[in-house]
Design a protein around this ligand. Structure first.
Ligand code: ZN
Ligand code: ZN
Length: 336
């Protein structure tokens, strides 16, 4: 038998195909449409691994309206709106291992136009009149450009104490439309991996939650999902998404009250809704990140699944852990 010698470059390319390190969103419109449909199912209690929580229903309904508006706006965006960086800037980012669409560094003004479109949609008749919502939107409209950019910076940096918790979900929603649509335009091979795994390699923002994916070459691997541009990047399992330590990791689950009883002899290890969501806690930094497992729910959608599993946050915080990263649609004021 002749042993085949594999060249170094060949090994790297094999390795590359074996594990897709990054999944970019396919299109912002389809991402938000899918997200809104998933949230509908969560609200209606159709997701077995997530018990519906009546106390959250009003808030989740509003967020679903926001996501539907995001999908509508994403549909009409032009290349001009997206203001993609030129090839030279993209090459420079690759050479320096920097996120090509760094949200903190360069924010074309068109994101503010998108924010205005979003607020108009949420104010029109179709979306109904909610006096409290309209008051928040008015307060955003009253911000100067500088103050608005400042809020965007604080949201992206997750500086809780500087963020207005009522305004933030809407400002974040506009940033998401802009960055998700731009991320979908990138060439995956031209996105560098960063030295840290705790920030998005596409836009430099924080992850919202992690997902164990199934299917193809990503089978069984864990990906962190960006809370802004919706890209997913690979991070090894059993590692803290906040401090990258791996010595004191444990998992905290939440059995939904109305989950069906387990069968006496499990025939199939997959498709067990009770194992769908876990909090990955880290004893080194006392933070946690939720981890959703597609093996147990194919339709996993980390961003809204995170919102709908607030009960798990309460449970884990009672054990003394803090969220490693904020969900940009849910901010708690300092006093709460
Ligand atoms: Zn991102
Ligand atoms: Zn940690």
């Amino acid at each position: 038998m002749v042993q085949r010698i594999i060249e170094r470059g060949e090994i790297e390319s094999l390795d590359h195909t074996a594990l897709p390190r990054l999944h970019l969103p396919e299109s912002a419109q389809s991402l938000f449409t899918t997200r809104a449909a998933r949230l509908r199912d969560l609200i209606d209690g159709k997701v077995e691994g997530v018990a519906s929580n009546g106390a959250l229903a009003g808030y989740l309904d509003l967020m679903r309206e926001v996501i539907l508006a995001q999908a509508e706006i994403a549909k009409s965006l032009t290349d001009e709106d997206l203001a993609m960086p030129d090839q030279k800037s993209l090459d420079l980012a690759l050479d320096h291992m920097m996120p090509p669409l760094a949200a903190q560094l360069e924010r074309p003004a068109s994101w503010r136009t998108i924010l205005n479109q979003l607020m108009d949609k949420l104010s029109d008749e179709q979306h109904g009149v909610r006096p409290e919502l309209q008051a928040v939107l008015e307060s955003i409209r009253a911000l100067s450009e500088d103050d608005l950019e400042d809020q965007a910076n604080m949201i992206l940096a997750q500086r809780h104490e500087e963020v207005n918790p009522a305004q933030a979900p809407f400002i974040a929603a506009a940033l998401q439309i802009f960055w998700t649509a731009r991320a979908a335009k990138l060439n995956q091979q031209k996105v560098p991996m960063l030295e840290t795994f705790t920030l998005c390699p596409v836009c430099g923002s924080h992850p919202v939650a992690s997902l164990i994916r199934i299917g193809g070459q990503s089978q069984g691997y864990r990906y962190l999902t960006c809370g802004m541009c919706s890209s997913q990047w690979h991070m090894v399992r059993v590692k803290c998404a906040s401090c990258e330590q791996n010595g004191k990791i444990s998992y905290q689950g939440l059995d939904p009250i109305d989950a069906p009883a387990p069968p006496p002899t499990p025939v199939n290890k997959a498709n067990d809704p009770r194992k769908y969501v876990r909090a990955e806690t880290c004893g080194d930094c006392q933070c946690y990140t939720k981890i959703f497992n597609q093996e147990h729910d194919y339709n996993a959608e980390p961003f809204v699944d995170d919102l709908a599993t607030l009960t798990l946050d309460v449970l884990v915080s009672e054990l003394g852990f803090h969220r490693g990263n904020v969900n940009p649609f849910l901010w708690f004021g300092e006093t709460e």
